[in-house]
Design a protein around this ligand. Structure first.
Ligand SMILES: [Zn+2]
Ligand SMILES: [Zn+2]
Length: 349
């Protein structure tokens, strides 16, 4: 079978490898769609502390497909079942895992990091990952392309749950890439009063509009702070979600919030970045500042329920499809920021 194998930063090679052999209880997924995420880009650039130098690894953790084979003893899944995976496999017994927070498990495994992921024709899902809830049956109404996007969407839902986005909220989303657009859609579904999206690229803002954004702010020609104060008559917004890796954007977010406002730092920063946070703003206006990372298995199932319905169109978030042979071009497309998300498609496989 064909697989895109990451060898070291900057080097990914598409080669023939054996179809993974199953142990008892395992499942083999024929991958149909796998999208490229910021995490894949970061691994491609800098490697990952959980991928020791010299370890060949198939990346890709936003994956959907159908079961091609089941190992001995599997009775809950059948060949032909449509499934996707949640990437972070918790240990199952630490203080995070027992709360259902598998994404915070300190000794997690993850597809596309410690386990081979979805940029290959067939992917093995080990029995212990299935036992911990990481193999998810897909409703018939959810096509594979859309199912691949449920992983980043679950992370967005997790972030919005942390700051309880809901009716009555004016929500500002900074960044209109795939993540900002998924946040827009989810905030509207959760009943936000008004979703304001800020970005430099108009083409991305236009896609945010199709996801339900009420107000678009192009920050190349509009000062964000003044515009937010104008839109809210000097009050500020209830919620800010930062979806860009920029310390200045995070530092200035407190100025945009109303009293009792809530901030979610959704995008991480490079190791060196330490934004100067206005602690007096937190104190005197009783702001709440949070961050979130990843999503739990529960968030994933809930977002599938929220966005899996026929009427939610996520296709504008996928800007281009590539075959696995063209994975380098797909990574280049993702890194350029020119489009939205590239998808590795195995339709013809
Ligand atoms: Zn992802
Ligand atoms: Zn754990």
């Amino acid at each position: 079978m064909r697989a895109a194998v990451f060898h070291e930063p900057g080097r990914i090679e598409v080669t023939d490898v054996p179809v993974p052999a199953l142990e008892p209880g395992d499942v083999l997924m024929r991958v149909r769609a796998a999208s490229i995420c910021g995490t894949d880009l970061r691994i491609m650039k800098h490697g990952h502390f959980k991928i020791p130098a010299g370890t060949p690894r198939v990346l890709g953790h936003e994956v959907a497909g159908e079961i091609a084979e089941v190992g001995d003893g599997v009775s809950d899944y059948r060949v032909g079942d449509r499934v996707s995976i949640t990437p972070n496999v918790g240990c199952g017994h630490c203080e995070m895992c027992v709360q259902g927070l598998n994404q915070l498990c300190p000794t997690y495994d993850a597809f596309g990091i410690t386990l081979d992921g979805g940029f290959e024709e067939y992917m093995r899902v080990p029995s212990w990952a299935i036992a911990r809830g990481n193999l998810v049956p897909l409703p018939d109404a959810v096509p594979f392309d859309k199912a691949a996007l449920m992983e980043p969407a679950a992370c967005c839902l997790h972030g919005q749950r942390k700051i309880d986005v809901g009716p009555g909220d004016d929500v500002l989303i900074i960044g209109a890439g795939p993540i900002g657009c998924l946040h827009t859609l989810i905030a509207k579904r959760r009943g936000a009063r008004r979703v304001i999206v800020a970005n430099r690229r108009q083409s991305r803002l236009d896609i945010a509009a199709t996801m339900g954004a009420d107000v678009l702010v192009n920050v190349t020609d509009t000062a964000l702070h003044e515009e937010i104060m104008r839109l809210t008559e000097g009050r500020g917004v209830d919620v800010v979600i930062t979806c860009v890796s920029n310390p200045d954007v995070i530092a200035s977010a407190t100025d945009l919030l109303a009293r009792l406002g809530r901030l979610n730092v959704f995008s991480g920063l490079g190791d060196a970045a330490r934004p100067a946070i206005d602690v007096n703003a937190l104190h005197y206006r009783e702001l709440v500042m949070t961050g979130t990372t990843g999503a739990s298995n529960k968030d994933y199932r809930d977002v599938l329920d929220l966005l899996g319905r026929d009427d939610v169109d996520l296709s504008p978030i996928i800007s281009q499809r590539f075959s696995v042979e063209d994975i380098q071009a797909a990574f280049d497309h993702a890194a350029s920021g020119a489009g939205m998300k590239p998808l590795i498609s195995f339709e013809g496989a």
